[in-house]
Ligand binder design. Structure first.
Ligand code: GFB
Length: 336
């Protein structure tokens, strides 16, 4: 399984989507790799724009590409915006993978997701389960775009000999997460809801669905470390699972987060919201056999994720800063 190491030292390495949760974790992890990090913000390069991506690749000539960039969201966002999730993710994958081929990128790592496996795949889910059954309806759009990205990498390896690989992480969480309750994933949503319940002296907090589904979670800095490990040591056509092996029911997760935050109120259920896939535990034995294992447990990760959430509450946004500054200017001007 271990391939000849692909050295990153001295290479030009593009992290496409560097501002996202995974992209930012990759920037943190790659800081110790002595490579030239390339990044470009969304307002300067729309990855859905084919000619713009081609032009950027020709001008910047990366040797290696990490591709975590995607339109992502939790179960409700996926179910609510099917066209955005399918079109945006198809375009991002097609443009960056085809553009990397045209400009001779030496190695590319495409990021899939555990939600692309069949809804009722045998658990734990092995890589060979892909496309063996119907998808979970709430995120079939995102899943089809991600499956297409994986297939593109396999096709370019088979037809042109491109060293393009795909990794499928389980549900991720950590610094840089999205805390917007309508579009976020479960952990950032519960961190925010339970924090606000405690701060507001509420006696209960509401979670979506029955709480019965089980999810596996991986701390995002562990994910970034695994992605760098795979970029260096994995070079095969098949996609590879990237899980922690630690799964929990949503109800148990809510109880753990209540304990982490120190909230002892009641957990209630909004049964109008979907449960989604009953389980998504990955079989990550191929990655384990290569010698990689996660370092952060769920309880330790939740402590750090809660601290990262509290940090977002301490950082005033630009508007508050400029408003405060203009009030200071006004008061200084009005002084005799
Ligand atoms: O994390 P989540 O939105 O995504 O939901 P999925 C996981 C489980 O947590 C579902 C429950 O059963 C939700 O009903 N849940 C409980 C909540 N309370 C909440 C809440 O306040 N917010 C949210 N968001 N969930 C996603 C896919 O599926 O997995 C994405 O839709 C992506 O495409 C992601 O692949 C990794 O795990 O169900």
């Amino acid at each position: 399984m271990l391939s000849e190491p692909f050295e990153l030292t001295g290479k030009r390495v593009w992290v496409a989507g560097h501002r996202g949760m995974v992209g930012a974790a990759l920037i943190r992890r790659l800081a110790t790799e002595s490579c030239d990090l390339l990044t470009v913000s969304r307002d300067l390069l729309d990855l859905r724009d084919t000619s713009a991506v081609d032009a950027w690749l020709v001008e910047n000539k990366p040797d290696a590409v990490f591709l975590p960039a995607a339109k992502v969201g939790g179960i409700l966002a996926n179910d609510t915006y099917p066209a955005k999730f399918l079109y945006d993710n198809l375009m991002i994958a097609s443009n960056v993978i085809h553009g990397s081929f045209k400009t001779g990128v030496q190695k590319l790592l495409f990021l899939g997701s555990s939600c692309i496996y069949p809804k009722f795949a045998r658990q734990p889910i092995a890589e060979k389960s892909l496309l063996t059954g119907p998808l979970e309806p709430t995120n079939q759009w995102y899943a089809l775009a991600k499956i297409s990205g994986i297939k593109l990498c396999q096709a370019y390896r088979r037809q042109y000999g491109c060293d393009f690989i795909s990794a499928l992480p389980t549900n991720l969480y950590g610094p840089g997460d999205n805390y917007e309750l309508e579009t976020s994933h479960v952990i950032p949503a519960l961190l925010r809801k339970i924090h606000e319940a405690k701060s507001g002296d509420a006696r209960k907090v509401e979670i979506w669905g029955t709480g019965a589904p089980r999810r596996e979670f991986l701390y995002v800095d562990d994910c970034a470390d695994a992605l760098v490990f795979l970029m260096k040591h994995y070079s095969e056509e098949g996609h590879i699972n990237l899980g922690s092996g630690e799964e929990v029911s949503i109800r148990k997760l809510a109880q753990i987060i209540c304990k982490t935050i120190g909230f002892d109120g009641q957990i209630t259920h909004d049964l109008s919201k979907p449960d989604g896939t009953p389980r998504k535990l990955l079989d990550s034995s191929r990655l384990r056999s290569m010698g990689w294992a996660p370092a952060v447990s769920l309880s330790a990760g939740l402590e750090m994720a809660y601290e990262a959430f509290r940090e977002t509450l301490r950082i005033p946004n630009e508007l508050e800063v400029s408003l405060e500054q203009s009030l200071i200017d006004l008061s200084e001007r009005s002084e005799p």
